[in-house]
Every structure is written in structure tokens, then in C-alpha cells.
Design a protein around this ligand. Structure first.
Ligand code: ADP
Ligand code: MG
Length: 696
């Protein structure tokens, strides 16, 4: 089924409603009422009627004459599978199942949904739902939903996992004069899901912006891959509610606790180039801005206001975003000086004073728009006696500016007309200056996402066989600790010299092979944080090795008598003082797969939580962004006179850990903490992982 074909769902010429009925309050009637405005043909299927709301009605699917491009199914759940089967047999390829009573409810609903999907599969039917509100397509006034509101025509295509939300959103959007192109209520997504619609709309010339309200993503990996392609051409804005069950997650490692499902979602959206909205208001604010505005060239914003207070509000809002208030050039100051009264402030935010007539707004906007450091402009207008909003709107529409322009009209009913006039001319309006600023940020974010180089997933020379053998040695509970250090070696990640030993004599032998003082640690998968029980000893001289061995083992025994003590690790001392302790690891998200983490490491990792994330496979570019993305990254680049660390080696370690995550789905979680990074390279000093032995 190709994507272009999926668009046919929205372009039918003849629609059949199976379960059409004149009964008040029924779904079947609701759809028929909404279909009255459809430009094409409508027929009903219901043996009890010959006519429903003036449309012809047939006894069953085979008796419908002519072609049917779209069927809407509003029959009881028990007969829905048979209906889809007979629609398939008749060659109907586009079917929307409104009927509820499937996987969202108990009592055999899940089995029924499987049967429904199989029926669709058998006949290659593009099936929306079940439990869907329906689909709409404004170019042909198609409203095949049982919702109460009909959308205006526009360029935004909208998908939603909640049908009720569509009804609410359309009503709101009508009030805001915002239009839609296609709308689909995804329902239970038994066949078609968000990724398929995003892909289809990405190829639809009439769709300028894709927006979605999701509660979850069906196949995270596919979603990220496809959306990355779509967002190169078409902006996608999503809002997500609901979280996966945190309790079900294994949190035996740092990485697991740091991750959380929202992190995975956030990271996946960034990788896919999708703009995330925090709430429903933002979803449509962003959609309108992305639809109306051209992409700004930079992040500098100019604010033109007739009141000081809202100018300060806008300044604060800019400070909360990735945008900045542009520093204006001398030429711009001169132009503003010439155009504005003496008392006005020519500095950004440009305060044109409370007595400003519309022309003064226009002069100031045109002056700042010519400034090379200004990539977008926000006009704030508070009601005064010297202008009315309608005149202001007309004047702003007449200005000659190339950059994105948004307006904050700080009033209610008085701004009604002005809002419509400005929206018509692609100048989005908002009440709150902060909302206007965030919308400008969304457009700037999209510019970045669109142009962002994804980078490459580098192919490293690794020893998978060796890695597998080591993983097989995991205990029944799947835990492995520093005894699995050779796993890192197999993946080309540098580790300190040393070994795990089972006796004081062996410890002495290993220590003798290492230059200088050694580090000794207890090795037991039952002891998660070795240093908490005094299980890590640094600066051990050759003479003390034997005693320290005995001491470590007895500490472990007294801490936890039944602990499984595998021995003691004798390790070369890594110069921690000259380096930075970092953490590199991954956990697995149920929807998006391996979530790779990089951060400030050592024993304070959970205190600072200074981390960045990537979804495996992490590209070279993404790994670098992760390393540069933590707050403490100046430390890596040599803050306060210290030597910069070998960040290339750190970046490469992130990529190699990502490769390990992709190659071995059996590794549920892994963390290297610390990975000591210094000017000489990196060294993985500590390791912990959990393996699902069944998966090996
Ligand atoms: P755990 O995390 O279980 O407490 P680690 O092996 O991470 O045990 O050791 C704790 C800390 O001890 C490290 O963060 C590091 O500061 C220090 N350390 C451990 N091994 C070495 C080593 N080989 N060289 C230098 N310092 C080390
Ligand atoms: Mg550690």
C-alpha cells in the first residue's frame, strides 16, 4: 500500500455509511447529518430503511450500485468484522470504523480487534479505527465524523488519538479562524497509525503543517525513521499525553533511573525533527505560526511595543527560549531616532510610547525589520485612546517586511476584527506576548530541525562473538559487573589494565604486573554501589595488596552475608584528578528502544543529573551534540585553566556504546560510570549491566 494511495481516504467521490439510520442521537445519524454538506455522493446501508435523511439506503453492501470510494462503519461491534469482510470483497479500499467495543474495552474486545485487522489485511483495506470519530477533508467538504463541529478550510492536517479532542479542537479553531485540510481520528490504530498518516501528508502538496495529539507511538523505531524524512519538507508538531508504566521498568542502574519514558519521547522527537508542544494551546499556536510564517534566518528577535510592561514580559519570554533579543545596529538606531518621538526607547524592546498611532508602529517595524541581526519581529499593542485595533491591523498588513511578523494584541472583543484581518494576511496574533514568543521559537526550531545534518552511524570494528560469550556468563538474574569489563574491550572501549582475581596470591601477581599503586574493588553483582560499603580502595601499594584483598572480602561478607562474591578486581590507577568523571550508558524504552545517556559521572551522578540523551543508533553528529549538550561541557573543553579532555574519544565511546545497544537487544541496561575522560583519552573504570538471558 503506497502512501499516495492513503491520501485517497480523504478524496472520495462516493461515500457509503454502513449502519446509517435516522434515529436521533445515534452515531449512524450523526455521520449522515455531517455528510449533508459533502460535495460528492452519499448512500446508506441498512435493511430497515430505504432512505436516510434524504439519501438512498440499501439492504446490504453487495446491493449498493456503482463504486464506493470510502465506507464509514457504524454498526454494532459484533457485526463490524463481517462488514469489513464484505466491504473488502466488494473491493472497497478505504474504510473508517467508528464502532467502539474493541481493544479499548474488555469482554473479547481485543480478539475482535485482531479479527478486524486480519479482515482488513486480507483485502488490503486501508482501515482507520476502530473506535474512531471519523475523517474530514475540507477541500470537498467531507465530514465523515459524528462530531458536532465542521472545520474551516486550511493547510493544517491534524491527527488525534482522542476523538473527543478533535471535536473540541475544531470548535476552538473555528473561533480562532484557523482551518484544516485533513483530519483523522486514529482510534485504536489497529491498522493505520500516526506514522502512516504523517508519511502520506508529508507527500501531500496541500498540507503545509502536520499536527497531532498522541497518547503513544505504535512502533518507535519506524516513527523516528519516517518522521525524520517527513520533517525535512513539512513541519510536524505533536503533543503527547499519558505515560508508559514507569513501575514496569527495571531501575537497577543509574541510566534506568535517569531515563524515564518522557525522556525517551523527548529525545525521539528531537531526532525525528518533530516540534513538541507542551499543551493543546501551543499545538495550535505553533501550527498557525508554521503555516503562516516564512522560516527566520536566525534567532534574533525585535520587539516593538506601545507599553513598557508587556515589553518586559516579552523580554522574559525570549530569555526562556533559544531566541535572543537582537542588538540593533547604529543604522537602525538612527532610523528609529528619526521616526520616533524623543521620549521613546530605541533600544530593543523598542518602546514607541502609549500615544503611538498605527503609523508609528509601522515605521518602527519597518526600521527593525531592515536590521541584519533581526530575524523576526513581535509587535505588542495595548489598547489606548490614540488608535483602534482595526486601523492598526490594516496598517501592519500594509508594512513592507520580509521577516516573520507576529502580533500580541492585548485585548478581548475589541481585537476581534483585527485578529481576523491579520490572520488573513499571515500575521498570527496572540493575546499573551509569551505565547507569541514561543511560537516564533517553534518556527526557529523547525528551521534548525529542517537543516540539521543528521550525521552518520559509524561502523566500528568490534568482536561480537567475544561480547556474546561474556554476556552468556551473566548470572540467572542477568546481572554483570566489572568482571564483564572484557565486553567493553570487545567493543573497542579503553579500560584500565587489570583483572578480577579469586585469591590474595593472584591479587599480588596481577598487582606486580601493573606500574605504581593499584586500585582494588570488591566484585559482586549483589553490591550495586561498591564505594558505599568501602568496597573500592584507591592508592593501594604493592605491600598492602594481600591485606586489602582480605579486608574487601570481609567487608562484603559483613555487609551482606549471602552476597555472591566473585572476587576482587585489581586495577591500574587512572588519573582522575586530571580528568573528568563521566557516565555513558543506555536503558531501553518500550516504545523507542535503546536510550543512550551521556553525563557528568562519578558518585554524584544522581545528585546533579547533568545528562543528555540519544536514541540508538546514535550518529556521529548526535554523539557530539550529546557530549556538548550537558551543562558541565565547559569542564570537558578545559574550564579554568585545566587541560581540555580528548572529546573525540568521548564522542566515539558514546557511539560504541550505542552500537553495543543496537547489536545486543539482550542487554537491558548498561552503565559505564565513571568513564574517566582526560587529555590522553578515556578509560572505562567501572561497569554494570543487566542482561535478559532469554533474549541471548
Ligand atoms: P562504585 O561506583 O560501585 O562505587 P567505582 O568503580 O565506580 O565503584 O569506583 C568509585 C570511584 O572510585 C570512582 O568514581 C572513581 O572516582 C574511583 N575509582 C575507581 N576505580 C578507579 C581507578 N582505577 N583509578 C582511579 N580512580 C578510581
Ligand atoms: Mg561506579
Amino acid at each position: 500500500m503506497s502512501r499516495k494511495d492513503l491520501l485517497r481516504l480523504f478524496e472520495p467521490e462516493r461515500v457509503a455509511v454502513v449502519g446509517a439510520t435516522p434515529r436521533e442521537g445515534s452515531v449512524g445519524r450523526g455521520v449522515m447529518e455531517n455528510l449533508r454538506s459533502f460535495d460528492g455522493d452519499v448512500v446508506g446501508v441498512n435493511p430497515k430503511h430505504d432512505d436516510v435523511l434524504g439519501f438512498p439506503c440499501y439492504d446490504d453492501i453487495p446491493s449498493v450500485p456503482g463504486s464506493v470510494d470510502l465506507a464509514v462503519v457504524a454498526v454494532p461491534a459484533e457485526s463490524a468484522v463481517d462488514v469489513v469482510d464484505s466491504l473488502g470483497e466488494r473491493g472497497v479500499k478505504n474504510v473508517v470504523v467508528l464502532t467502539a467495543g474493541f481493544s479499548e474495552s474488555g469482554g473479547g474486545g481485543a480478539e475482535r480487534e485482531t479479527a478486524l485487522a486480519e479482515a482488513a489485511e486480507r483485502h488490503s483495506v486501508r482501515l482507520v479505527g476502530p473506535n474512531s470519530l471519523g475523517v474530514t477533508s475540507t477541500p470537498s467538504s467531507l465530514n465523515a465524523t459524528f462530531g458536532s463541529a465542521s472545520p474551516r478550510e486550511g493547510n493544517v492536517s491534524f491527527m488525534s488519538q482522542s476523538g473527543a479532542f478533535i471535536t473540541a479542537a475544531v470548535d476552538w479553531a473555528n473561533d480562532a479562524r484557523m482551518g484544516f485540510r485533513h483530519i483523522v481520528s486514529l482510534g485504536n490504530k489497529s491498522v493505520l497509525d500516526e506514522t502512516e498518516f504523517a508519511e502520506a501528508w508529508g507527500e501531500d502538496d496541500g498540507t503545509a503543517v502536520i499536527v497531532g495529539y498522541l497518547e503513544g507511538v505504535e512502533d518507535g523505531g519506524r516513527f523516528v525513521r519516517v518522521l525524520r524524512r517527513v520533517t525535512r519538507e513539512t513541519p510536524v508538531v505533536l503533543v503527547k499525553s499519558g505515560r508508559t508504566d514507569e513501575g514496569a521498568r527495571a531501575v537497577s542502574s543509574h541510566t534506568g533511573t535517569l531515563a524515564g519514558s518522557d525522556r525517551a519521547y523527548e529525545t525521539a522527537l528531537r531526532k525525528a525533527g518533530v516540534i513538541r508542544a507542551d499543551d493543546v494551546e501551543e499545538l495550535f499556536d505553533f501550527a498557525r505560526a508554521l503555516d503562516a510564517l516564512s522560516l527566520p534566518e536566525g534567532d534574533g528577535v525585535a520587539v516593538v511595543t506601545n507599553a513598557g510592561g508587556p515589553g518586559v514580559m516579552a523580554t522574559d519570554a525570549v530569555g526562556d527560549t533559544s531566541l535572543s533579543l537582537a542588538d540593533l545596529t547604529d543604522g537602525t538606531y538612527e532610523a528609529l531616532d528619526g521616526a520616533l518621538p524623543d521620549a521613546a526607547s530605541v533600544y530593543n524592546p523598542v518602546d514607541i510610547l502609549g500615544d503611538a498611532p498605527p503609523e508609528r508602529f509601522a515605521d518602527a517595524v519597518e526600521a527593525v525589520a531592515d536590521d541584519p541581526g533581526v530575524s523576526a519581529c513581535l509587535v505588542i499593542a495595548c489598547p489606548t485612546t490614540t488608535f483602534d485595533f482595526d486601523d492598526l491591523a490594516e496598517t501592519l498588513v500594509g508594512t513592507d517586511v520580509e521577516i516573520p511578523l507576529v502580533a500580541s494584541l492585548m485585548g478581548g472583543e475589541a481585537t476581534r476584527e483585527a485578529r481576523d484581518v491579520l490572520s488573513e494576511s499571515d500575521i498570527p496574533t496572540y493575546f499573551d506576548p509569551a505565547r507569541a514568543v514561543r511560537s516564533l521559537e517553534a518556527v526557529a526550531d523547525y528551521r534548525r530541525a529542517k537543516r540539521r545534518r543528521t550525521g552518520e552511524v559509524r561502523d566500528f570494528d568490534v568482536n561480537r562473538q567475544k561480547a556474546r560469550r561474556i554476556l552468556e556468563t551473566a548470572r540467572d538474574d542477568g546481572r554483570l559487573g566489572v568482571e564483564a569489563t572484557p565486553l567493553l574491550e570487545a567493543y573497542g572501549i579503553p579500560t584500565p589494565e587489570g583483572d578480577v582475581v579469586g585469591s590474595p596470591n593472584e591479587a599480588v601477581q596481577v598487582a606486580e604486573g601493573i606500574d605504581g599503586d593499584v586500585v582494588m574493588k570488591i566484585v559482586s553483582p549483589d553490591i550495586l554501589h561498591k564505594s558505599d560499603i568501602g568496597g573500592v580502595r584507591v592508592g593501594v601499594t604493592q605491600d598492602d595488596v594481600r591485606d586489602v584483598y582480605e579486608d574487601l572480602v570481609s567487608r562484603a561478607r559483613s555487609y551482606q552475608p549471602d552476597a555472591d562474591v566473585l572476587g576482587v578486581q585489581v586495577q591500574e590507577t587512572v588519573e582522575v584528578d586530571d580528568g573528568v568523571e563521566t557516565i555513558v550508558g543506555f536503558s531501553r524504552d518500550p516504545q523507542f528502544g535503546p536510550l543512550v545517556v551521556f553525563g557528568l559521572g562519578g558518585i554524584f551522578v544522581e545528585v546533579f543529573e547533568d545528562t543528555s540523551f540519544g536514541i540508538a543508533p546514535v550518529t556521529d553528529t548526535e554523539a557530539r551534540e550529546m557530549v556538548d549538550g550537558i551543562d558541565a561541557s565547559p569542564l570537558l573543553h578545559g574550564a579554568r585553566g585545566s587541560q581540555p579532555v580528548d572529546t573525540e574519544a568521548v564522542v566515539e565511546t558514546v557511539e560504541r556504546v550505542s552500537a553495543l545497544a543496537s547489536d545486543f537487544p539482550s542487554i537491558l541496561e548498561l552503565d559505564i560510570n565513571p568513564l574517566v575522560a582526560s587529555a590522553d583519552g578515556v578509560s572505562a573504570v567501572d561497569l554494570r549491566l543487566t542482561v535478559d538471558k532469554e533474549e541471548l
